[in-house]
Design a protein around this ligand. Structure first.
Ligand SMILES: N[C@@H](CCC(=O)N[C@@H](CS)C(=O)NCC(=O)O)C(=O)O
Length: 256
């Protein structure tokens, strides 16, 4: 039987959010990876718009927002494992939307403000699984696509100011102070998954859908913030969620 197709930009943290939810739910899917600039041909053809991830079900139905993919993944899970528990769903959704519109775009804009000047690192990491001709063209055209990527990641007021990321981390830490060990309620939800996945742009975790550069290779100013944020209580929470939940595939692993 054919499997759902997940169209991604491999390094994208919104795509990591979707991969994580699908794998956690034991949903077998085929990931189709494309480099920035090539991706719209595939997302549009699949029924999406200009952003990844897009999940296409065998019947052709397409989900073009990561949060819709997470919600769909819940249908494959026992109720006690849902990412949107019935009793806390409105709060979980509110936190997810907040993170999708703050940490996600701001952390990404900050990360690219360094990485757009690191051609070798960008060419070496985060390209796994994309077609070879796309990777080659991306590397050759790196300087030419830089303004396009900068413009795309600055949409809707996204800022390269790392202060905004610290503000989100502080707010998450304050929520964790409540004591339950999770952002909403007393179990893992879409709020924790979203926070941990989207903070990848500023934490550069070891465990991710593609290999990310070791922190030692990052530019000094970026490395210092990554190290500080990793030790922040919210950064520690993200790392704990990855350690405890990212590998907890409940049934056969996803195929790539
Ligand atoms: N709200 C969307 C955001 C997705 C998003 O921003 N995706 C980025 C990758 S991290 C993208 O595809 N950017 C390419 C572009 O804007 O051209 C979601 O949750 O799926």
């Amino acid at each position: 039987m054919s499997k759902p197709r997940l169209i991604t930009i491999p390094i994208s943290h919104f795509c990591e959010k979707a991969r994580w939810a699908l794998e956690r739910a034991g949903i077998e899917y085929v990931e189709e990876r494309h480099m920035q600039g090539f991706h719209p041909f595939y997302t549009r053809k699949a029924g999406g718009r200009f952003t990844t991830p897009v999940l296409v079900l065998p019947g052709g139905r397409a989900f073009r927002q990561s949060r819709h993919i997470l919600k769909w993944a819940d249908q494959s899970l026992r109720e006690d494992l849902w990412l949107y528990p019935a009793e806390t769903e409105p709060r979980v959704r509110a936190v997810e939307r907040w993170l999708d519109t703050t940490l996600g775009p701001d952390g990404r804009a900050w990360m690219y403000s360094f990485m757009l000047y690191q051609k070798d690192l960008v060419g070496q990491y985060g390209t796994e699984g994309a077609p070879k001709h796309e990777i080659k063209a991306f590397k050759n055209m790196f300087e030419a696509v830089r303004p396009m990527i900068r413009a795309r990641v600055s949409l809707n007021g996204a800022s390269t100011d790392i202060g905004r990321v610290y503000d989100v981390f502080d707010e998450v830490a304050a929520r964790l102070d409540g004591g339950g060990g999770y952002i909403v309620g007393d179990r893992f939800t879409a709020a924790d998954l979203t926070f941990a996945a989207l903070s990848a742009a500023v934490l550069i975790p070891d465990r991710y859908g593609v290999t990310l550069p070791p922190v030692e290779l990052l530019p000094d100013e970026m490395r210092q913030h990554v190290e500080t944020l990793r030790e922040h209580p919210a950064g520690q929470h993200a790392r704990r969620m990855i350690a405890e939940e990212r590998d907890s595939v409940l049934s056969p692993a996803a195929s790539r």
